[in-house]
Design a protein around this ligand. Sequence first.
Ligand SMILES: Cc1cc2nc3c(=O)[nH]c(=O)nc-3n(C[C@H](O)[C@H](O)[C@H](O)COP(=O)(O)O)c2cc1C
Length: 304
Amino acid sequence: METSLATQIGDLKLANPTMLAAGILGYTGLSMKTVIDAGAGAVVTKTMGLEPRKGYLNPTVVQTDCGLLNAMGLPNPGIHHFKSEMGKLKKTKAPTIVSIYGFSANEYAQVARKAQTIGADAVELNVSCPHVEKAGAQIGSDPQLLSEIVEVVADNVTIPVIVKLTPNVTNITEIAKVSQNAGADAITAINTLKAMAIDTETGRPILANKFGGLSGPAIKPIALRCVYDIYNAVDIPVIGCGGISNWQDAVQFIQAGASALQIGTAVAFQGLDVFSKITKGVEKYLKSKGFSNIKELVGYAHQF
Ligand SMILES: Cc1cc2nc3c(=O)[nH]c(=O)nc-3n(C[C@H](O)[C@H](O)[C@H](O)COP(=O)(O)O)c2cc1C
């Protein structure tokens, strides 16, 4: 039965708007099943490529005063080795979105096709990783290349194509429009912000890669503004992501224009209960304000 929390991203139906963000617990079928059992409306896998990739040497994650800084380097087993993990998710009710990357349009298309074959309900194009050369954010800040990649992927799969944007650009709404025009079914905003940490004593950059991506509460106001701006600029659903830690944050992202919400760092800090805490809080809020469903709240802040 559909509740007040049910939402839709293109053809994807979610029982509630919370989703596991890419890269957090999305490495195995079992870990994602645990997240779904804890109440997430959908899960996104770790970003997968065509070939296995080791990622960077440690340290790959640093905790800062206001969030996490990571430069994992997209470690993954390769999409071909992920079939058995996807098999473990077959009987779950929530959709599985496979996050993918590549070094060319053709590579993105190959990974997307394979993701569809092994059972993905949608693909999310990671064109926004701030710390891998010639992939990720370099693509997401080049409108022409991005357009080519989104178009080729959309031509190669029948499942929804979600494009995850980087905030490390001058004008994120232009990039969102380019994605929509090239055939994207939804936008995820945002990935991490390029950042760094230095050890005071030694003067050395802490991450082995020197630079990484900042996530968590520090980026929430930036992510909220990006969702607000993108909602105004496109007609496809927006998935909010960046620093969402409690139901109040979730409500604010929906008011800014998000139809669903991805949660990453808060899972690391609060554990899996964060999904049910957020959905219960949003449900109570809807009831207390007299909304019959979440769709009535999407973009509410734009009337002012
Ligand atoms: C440890 C770690 C690994 C991540 N790996 C990925 C990844 O593989 N692909 C991706 O698109 N985003 C990745 N992200 C970014 C998150 O999906 C999310 O966009 C970002 O952390 C902001 O949301 P948050 O503040 O809720 O964590 C990663 C983030 C963290 C902290």
